[in-house]
Design a protein around this ligand. Structure first.
Ligand code: NAX
Ligand code: ADP
Ligand code: K
Length: 487
């Protein structure tokens, strides 16, 4: 499991750790890790000796890290120039270390083109403008420097965070530095895992500075890995039969969208339930593709016992949502099922409810513009979970799963690929996840395991080329096997 902590939690932990250690030790640990990673990158492109390194240095400790790392690189023969964005407020010890090691310093803004000249010739740029103390995006002074960095051929290494991103939410307000690699210290922060900030960070490396010992046991965010998912997968035993493995009911599709029913059933057949019961008008299309499905014209209340319902994909105006919500089993509500969803009804349910909106559907439920959800995904998913008293899986470039119990970390899905942005792939996800619910997983686990397998399946089906939702459904078995082999 990878975890991320908020700035407030990190600062508290850092204070506790600093009290136990001599002054400056944490910064030296950070700078040593940073310098080692930069040296590695330089060696891959040539060598450290003689390489041209530029440090962008802000007024805080983030700039301090950059300066001390720069001093280490200068001692190994690199030509290091620090561009000070707040001359007079740059970290004093770091500045002294850099000049002691033979590094140069230029100021920005200045009357000369020196900062831009050194950036144009750089092999590697270290972004130490702001870290966890940064607020409100890059300031106007820094914007032309960021643009010059993006135009140069240099490899860009961000210190702790790409400057300009919001550490706790992953929001990007205005411009931010785009890094190839980000080295963070002690723990990931939400911005390393959530888009849009995650995109700006590039490949993220974690430098151990000893913080693990003082961080609280429960993080703000967590990302499952293969071994975590393997532990959660439902596996039949000698005593299993199809009913004990769970029956998932799928209420999906309409005369207009029969395909959504087929895709949701495809997902459900690969989610671990022992049987899939399809309820709705697309029974013929479903049977033609998946003869193992039990079909019923409806309504859901008359279709027979299930251990979980999936309701909504391609449903159009078809009824069914109310029946499913009135049941005493877990219900996953997706797509058309989310339209006009009544928060009171959902809150009153005794069994778990899992809502799976994309950004547009989430925006409609929250009555805000879609862009607001896309730029502040963490806030949106938490808000929806609180309003509906339900588990919410917010789909998109970063899929998040929030539990109504705010003490539990929000789960962030690390798998997936932009190729998943294809019609019908969400239908496969809802069938798959509903099947996991029927097989006995809790809503938060079902949502995060479903998203994980779905993303892995898409990656293995795509391998760099477009995929259809059907391809994703067919690759779910491969994803399941990949994950179980880790167990
Ligand atoms: N606290 C610790 O124990 C450690 C901190 N470390 C480093 O220290 C960083 C945090 O240092 P600070 O708290 O000094 O904060 P930062 O260095 O992130 O930035 C704070 C400074 O930047 C200014 N600032 C804020 N927003 C800005 C913006 N948008 N544009 C330009 N300037 C802006 C503020 O006025 C303040 O002076 C971490 O990100 C990490 O790099 C590491 O050395 C590891 C140990
Ligand atoms: N840019 C993206 N990067 C990665 N995954 C994405 C991206 N955009 C969408 N997805 C994923 O693709 C799926 C699309 O689902 P959805 O929006 O419901 O589409 P549909 O309704 O056509 O099935 C979701 O699993 C979502 O997380
Ligand atoms: K930075």
């Amino acid at each position: 499991m990878r975890t991320a902590y908020s700035v407030e939690t990190v600062r508290t932990a850092e204070r506790e750790l600093m009290d136990r250690l001599p002054d400056g030790v944490l910064m030296q640990r950070a700078a040593a890790g940073l310098a080692a990673a930069c040296a590695d990158l330089l060696r891959r492109r040539g060598r450290v000796y003689g390489a041209r390194v530029v440090l962008l240095v802000g007024s805080g400790d983030n700039g301090g890290d950059a300066l001390y790392a720069g001093a280490r690189l200068a001692r190994r023969g690199a030509g290091v120039t620090a561009v000070l964005l707040a001359a007079g407020r740059a970290h004093e010890g770091g500045l002294a270390a850099l000049s002691g090691a033979g590094g140069r310093v230029v100021e920005h803004p200045s009357d000369t083109s020196a900062p831009f000249d050194v950036l144009a010739a750089a092999d590697l740029v270290v972004d130490g403008i702001t870290g966890i103390g940064g607020r409100g995006g890059l300031r106007p002074d820094a914007v032309p420097l960021a643009r010059a960095v993006h135009e140069s051929d240099a490899v860009v290494v961000a210190v702790d965070l790409p400057s300009g991103v919001e550490a706790d939410s992953g929001e990007v307000v205005g411009e931010a530095l785009r890094a190839d690699v980000t080295l963070t210290f002690g723990t990931y922060k939400p911005a390393h895992l959530i888009d849009p900030a995650r995109e700006y960070a590039g490949a993220v490396g974690l430098v151990d500075i000893g913080l693990g010992a003082v961080l609280p046991p429960v993080a703000e965010l967590e990302a499952l890995q293969h071994a975590d998912v393997a532990r959660l997968l439902p596996v039949p035993t000698g005593e299993s039969d199809k009913y004990r493995r769970g029956v998932v009911g799928v209420v999906a599709g309409s005369a207009r969208y029969p395909g959504a029913a087929v895709l949701a059933v495809a997902g459900a057949l690969h989610g671990g339930a022992g049987a899939v019961r399809y309820v709705g008008p697309a029974g013929d299309a479903v049977i033609a593709r998946f003869p193992e499905t039990l079909v019923h014209a409806g309504p859901p209340a008359k279709a027979g016992r299930v251990q979980a319902w999936v309701v909504g994909p391609g449903l159009g105006e078809e009824p069914g949502v109310r029946d499913a919500l009135a049941s005493d089993v877990p219900v996953l509500v997706d797509a058309d099922g989310l339209r006009g969803l009544n928060a009171k009804v959902v809150r009153a349910r005794k069994a778990p409810t899992l809502l799976t909106p994309h950004a547009g559907e989430a925006a409609a439920l929250l009555e805000v513009p879609r862009e607001e959800v896309e730029s502040a995904r963490l806030t949106a998913v938490r808000e929806l979970a609180a309003r509906y008293g339900a588990t919410v899986l917010l789909k998109g470039s970063t899929t998040l799963v929030a539990d109504p119990d705010t003490a539990l970390p929000v789960r962030v899905n690390p798998t997936g690929t932009p190729w998943l942005a294809t019609a019908g792939s969400g239908d496969v996800l809802s069938g798959l996840t509903g099947s996991l619910l029927a097989a006995g997983l809790g809503a938060r686990d079902a949502g995060s395991v479903g998203a994980y397998l779905h993303g892995l399946a898409a990656r293995s089906a795509a391998r760099g080329a477009p995929v259809s939702a059907e391809d994703v459904g067919a690759a779910l078995r491969v994803a399941w096997r990949d994950v179980s082999e880790e167990a």
